[in-house]
Design a binder for this molecule. Structure first.
Ligand code: SF4
Length: 59
């Protein structure tokens, strides 16, 4: 089963490329990487110790 996004795919692709370029530039500049998981998922997540969401004050 395939799912088509409601947006124009070439526009969505360009927007995603722009987002990734911006995010990687921010990481290279030392930006923090806070955990953004949804609480309902975090409750059962086995990676909780790695992302340290609680340390970010987000949980
Ligand atoms: S616990 Fe961390 S890694 Fe797991 S879903 Fe939440 S934010 Fe993501």
């Amino acid at each position: 089963m395939t799912v088509a996004p409601p947006q124009d795919l070439p526009e969505l692709t360009q927007a995603n490329i722009g987002r990734l370029l911006a995010v990687f530039a921010q990481m290279r500049a030392g930006a923090a990487l806070p955990a953004h998981g949804v609480d309902d998922a975090c409750e059962y997540c086995e990676m909780r110790g790695l992302c340290r969401k609680a340390e970010w004050g987000a949980a």
